[in-house]
Write a protein that binds this ligand. Structure first.
Ligand SMILES: [Zn+2]
Ligand SMILES: [Zn+2]
Length: 366
């Protein structure tokens, strides 16, 4: 993943080590963005400000109003994948109002309500990009929070072509989580659901899983949820699931063997993949969209004898982002959210890490 561009940074008085305060003298512009940043791996977020790069001709500036809180923000805070840079301003399910447009921007205007997701930019030239699959750009896409500062701030600047104008039918709290969680589960359903009434299993029923249930139902699937939380059964069924199984209930799990044509595995923890493979019908696909930091064991015999597929899926390209937002508006698919002010981002992260969010936290501007 490349990290083109960047931002000049400075600290609020006394809030950062010397290396940064030395630079402060040169950066006295009024136009600093007020953010919440993690200053080193694992550090809790604190108020921090930076001076953005001048607005590019093809960029827009937005006043941030909402941020969905994704588990990936916590992985990035902790540098779990070794790709974080500090100070880190996370936030990649961002909704805001356009406040400035670069000279070349013709598709958006001041006052428009837009969203940004995980991808900030891509090469736009390779065969994957030309097919609308910027998420697998051969040159490596640029991430909104990979070497750039994300949405946990009052403002954000990023390329206009990767901003998504939001359908009126989606309010901003509902739209924010769709920009990462929504597309993350929409894409594998869009890719692997090849006929109506396919049996689709959803493993893990959090921010991703509850949206997977809603999309799969709207696409015509028979949906089964596999969860470790018995208290989520009633809500899960209200989201549209036809069946609900507790992972530890060995009898129910035995009955469910070889039943699922597609399983969307959303858990941020590596779980027993052999059990998941055994739930798949022949020719079925197990698609991993959560990002466990560990690895999984795969039974080759289960794979070969059942002609099963293990796949991964990472967000989606621009065309599919637009389609997902339209689909959500038409079918009234919105996440169940609880809102908290951005200033409580640390408490919100604790809640997500403890698996206590129901089902997505959205951080709102003060
Ligand atoms: Zn995310
Ligand atoms: Zn590309």
């Amino acid at each position: 993943m490349s990290t083109r561009g960047g931002t000049r940074e400075t600290a609020r008085k006394g809030s950062l080590p010397n290396a940064f305060s030395k630079r402060k003298k040169n950066l006295m512009s009024e136009n600093r963005f007020q953010a919440y940043a993690s200053l080193q791996p694992g550090a809790r977020l604190q108020p921090w400000e930076y001076e953005p790069e001048p607005l590019g001709k093809a960029e827009i500036e937005i006043r941030v109003t909402h941020n969905g809180l994704c588990h990936t923000d916590i992985h990035m805070r902790d540098n779990d994948w070794g790709i974080s840079t500090y100070p880190l301003v996370a936030g990649h399910e961002v909704v805001g109002i356009v406040t400035q447009t670069g000279a070349d921007v013709v598709t958006l205007a001041v006052g428009d309500r837009v969203g940004f997701g995980w991808i900030r930019d891509a090469c736009r030239q390779c065969d994957h990009c030309l097919q609308g699959e910027e998420n697998t750009c051969r040159e490596g896409y640029t991430g909104l929070i990979l070497g750039h500062h994300g949405g946990f701030a009052d403002k954000l600047r990023a390329p206009a072509d990767f901003a998504y104008k939001l359908p009126d039918a989606l309010d901003s709290s509902s739209a924010a989580p769709l920009l990462c969680a929504g597309i993350t589960v929409y894409m594998p359903l869009r890719t692997y659901m090849t006929r109506p009434a396919m049996k689709v299993g959803v493993m893990g029923i959090g921010g991703l899983g509850h949206l997977a249930v809603k999309y799969a139902k709207a696409m015509g699937a028979e949906v089964t949820v596999f969860s470790t939380s018995p208290d989520k059964e009633a809500e899960t069924k209200a989201f549209g699931a036809h069946h609900f199984h507790i992972w530890e209930n060995t009898e129910a799990m035995k009955k469910a063997r070889s039943s699922q044509d597609l399983i969307i595995h959303t858990s941020p923890e590596a779980t027993n993949s052999e059990t998941a493979l055994n739930l798949l019908a022949n020719n079925g696909t197990l698609c991993l969209v959560g990002l466990p930091t560990g690895s999984i064991d795969i039974s080759v015999t289960a794979l070969v004898f059942g002609q099963k597929t293990v796949a991964g899926s990472l967000v989606g390209g621009r065309g599919f982002m637009r389609e997902m937002l339209d689909f959500s508006a038409v079918h009234k698919i919105t996440p169940m959210v609880e809102t908290m002010p951005l200033s409580q981002v640390n408490e919100a992260m604790d809640k997500v890490a403890a698996n206590k969010a129901r089902y997505r936290i959205v951080l709102t501007a003060e």
